[in-house]
Design a protein around this ligand. Structure first.
Ligand SMILES: Nc1ncnc2c1ncn2[C@@H]1O[C@H](COP(=O)(O)OP(=O)(O)OP(=O)(O)O)[C@@H](O)[C@H]1O
Ligand SMILES: [Mg+2]
Length: 452
């Protein structure tokens, strides 16, 4: 990752050196300015991720510089340094758009944490901006592939529910496209000016999930040096996507229930009640009703979430979508990897249709990506598919595999070697015997064809 660029502004050179010494250990790229005027100049000429600035300086105070900097570049976080006596000014500065202030004498640990938090928060904001932009620009329903009756029914339900503020619970097996459907719902809601914030409830440990969602006050727990907004606050006016909600622990479930009922919560360690306007879209690949029966998921929360249930059907129940999806991924990955692959042989497609796809669309996508990369011809052959799918071919087809006029002898030889090795479970001596060549010749060919 690129090192973050920080501009240190202070008229006291010794103080500047001290700040520099503290921050350089953290791997940041540091620049300096000796007064407000040169700070503003620097911001005009260069891009910074954060500005650390003393308030009292000659040639434009920190406050004046702050105003100008925020005009030039509103999204750069500014952290001000104040003496105790200037606290009132510092509070004023926060109103003017400074992200935070830190008091002298500066505590090295606190400086480090405050800077790191501001940088993270800002990166998150920018990520959200980007996401919004990307969704706004490139999203079109045509990116969701599938014309089967089951998918058409799904589109109809989505079209009905998307423009409302109703809570949506998207259920479906892993890899069926639940996240794509969530995107589609937000994109067709009246909330596209707001953020679409995504949280995966599985990847975060319990306590972290709670503080991520609801934020915390300074001092809420060890390490909470500064107040932090949660994802619900960031999603205000927009939507939040709670992915894998079946993995949410009971205390977070209770808090979420209250948000659903009253749109209200408190930050961790806080007493102030925060009200937000957020639309909740949740997804799970678990059977939530069963989780409720087993006591793992609150029934009251389940009923609140399940206002509009949307189920994404597994791929095996809409096999007529397989050719469309396969073509779509083939084109996409051929272009992405600069491979001259153009289509699939009928026999290859036949195998895709026979397979049951327990990993659903994601598994098909992965299979097509791999096939496009290893393919040696313009049309994908069964040999380009994963072994468990090839295994569905009957013996005759297996024998024929790859022997198609229009391919070079080398290509066919390569396929034959791979197939034979598969048959012998990777045993080279055995494979060489079957192929009628010496083990040494086989070694050479493996090297030549880059087979491992
Ligand atoms: N109908 C579709 N058209 C095009 N691509 C799809 C479709 N459905 C799924 N995909 C692609 O398949 C992959 C898996 O989709 P997604 O992440 O939405 O699944 P999921 O249901 O959220 O899976 P999981 O439960 O494992 O999180 C993604 O790369 C997605 O772009
Ligand atoms: Mg998902």
């Amino acid at each position: 990752m690129k090192p973050k660029k920080i501009l240190i502004v202070d008229d006291d050179e010794a103080h500047r050196m001290m700040l520099k010494a503290n921050l350089s250990k953290e791997g940041y790229q540091l620049s300096e300015a000796g007064d407000g005027l040169s700070a503003v100049q620097a911001v005009r000429e260069d891009f910074f991720d954060l500005i650390l600035m003393d308030i009292r300086m000659p040639q434009k105070s920190g406050i004046e510089a702050l105003k100008e900097i925020k005009e030039i570049s509103p999204s750069i976080p500014v952290l001000l340094i104040t003496a105790y006596a200037e606290l009132q000014t510092a509070i004023e500065a926060v109103k003017l758009g400074a992200e935070d202030y830190i008091q002298k004498p500066i505590d090295a640990e606190k400086l480090k944490v405050t800077v790191a938090n501001l940088l993270t928060l800002n990166a998150l904001k920018q990520e959200n901006e980007l996401l919004k932009e990307r969704l706004g620009r490139t999203f079109s329903p045509s990116e969701i592939i599938g014309k089967s009756p089951k998918m058409q029914e799904l589109y109809r339900n989505v079209a009905m529910i998307a423009p409302t503020d109703a809570t949506v619970l998207i259920q479906g097996e892993s890899g069926t496209g639940k996240e794509l459907i969530a995107d589609l719902i937000h994109q067709n809601s009246g909330r596209t000016d707001g953020a679409f914030v995504k949280v995966n409830c599985t990847v975060l440990p319990d306590t972290l999930l709670e503080s991520e969602l609801f934020g915390y006050e300074r001092g809420a727990f060890t390490g909470a040096y500064q107040r932090k907004q949660g994802r619900f606050e960031l999603a205000d006016g927009g939507s939040i996507f709670l992915d894998e909600i079946g993995d949410m622990n009971p205390s977070v479930q209770a808090k979420l229930l209250r948000v659903l009922q009253e749109q209200k919560f408190e930050r961790l360690g806080g007493t102030k009640t925060i009200t937000v306007d957020v639309r909740i879209i949740a997804a799970t690949n678990k059977d939530l009703e069963a989780e409720v029966k087993e006591g793992n998921f609150r029934d009251d929360l389940f009923y609140r979430l399940n206002v509009v249930p949307i189920t994404v059907p597994p791929l095996r129940e809409r096999k007529e979508d397989i050719p469309l999806l396969a073509e779509h991924f083939l084109k996409y990955y051929a272009e992405k990897n600069h491979r001259p692959v153009k289509g699939l042989l009928p026999r290859t497609l036949d195998l895709l249709m026979r397979y049951d796809w327990p990993g659903n669309v994601r598994e098909l996508e992965n299979a097509m990506e791999r096939a496009v990369i290893i393919a040696r011809a313009e049309q994908l052959t069964p040999a380009d598919l994963p072994l468990n799918i090839q295994a569905l071919a009957d013996d005759l087809q297996t024998l024929e595999t790859g022997v198609i006029p229009g391919r070079t002898i080398k290509e066919v030889e390569r396929d034959l070697i791979i197939k034979t090795l598969e048959q012998t479970g990777g045993n080279r001596t055995h494979a060489a015997k079957t192929l009628g060549i010496t083990r040494k010749t086989l070694q050479n060919k493996l090297k030549e064809y880059q087979i491992d």
